[in-house]
Design a protein. Structure first.
Length: 175
């Protein structure tokens, strides 16, 4: 049913965990610049943030937890404060999946690079390139599916916490 996936007040989360603030996109100002212009491009930005900060539905902390502060990653979001167990204490389930996906993507990218004829990919190189793109999309879509507020099966704070924490963590990188 298409209506199940269409945003509507009936599909919003009752506890206030509806939409969350996404990334900040700064529009470029066209023109000539005689000073150096810096651009930043992060490989798999959101999956990398989720991995480095152990942001996972299996590592979010609710309430009082008897852990030392140095074992907890705290982030301030538009929904309040979120706390996650750091990797040294417990590795998140989805973090492990993302690590495997990104490692497989690296292998596929290397395979594509090794299978070139001049400046063109060989048929085998194209196969590796298609694979690395599929792995990239899978890793990046993992971020989006966690933030899906329209699915009635995914209306839990723990499920939606990792993408909610990614945007503020990414904003911190810009500072």
């Amino acid at each position: 049913m298409l209506s199940r996936f269409s945003p509507s007040p009936g599909n919003r989360v009752a506890d206030g965990w509806g939409r969350y603030k996404g990334a900040t996109v700064i529009e470029p100002i066209p023109g000539f610049y005689d000073d150096p212009v810096t651009t930043l491009d992060f490989a798999s930005l959101y999956p990398s943030i989720m991995i480095s900060n152990n942001l996972c539905y299996s590592t979010i902390l609710d309430g009082a937890v008897p852990l030392p502060a140095d074992q907890i990653y705290t982030i301030h979001t538009d929904q309040g404060v979120m706390r996650f167990v750091k990797q040294g204490v417990k590795l998140g389930v989805f973090v492990m999946v993302l690590e495997d996906l990104l490692a497989a993507r690296s292998t596929a990218k290397a395979g594509a690079a090794a299978n070139r004829a001049g400046d063109k990919l060989t048929p085998k190189g194209r196969m590796f390139d298609i694979r690395q793109n599929a792995l990239k999309m899978t890793a990046n879509s993992g971020y989006g599916t966690r933030g899906n507020y329209t699915s009635p099966d995914l209306h839990t704070q723990a499920w939606q916490a990792p993408p909610r924490a990614c945007s503020p963590a990414g904003a911190y990188l810009r500072q």
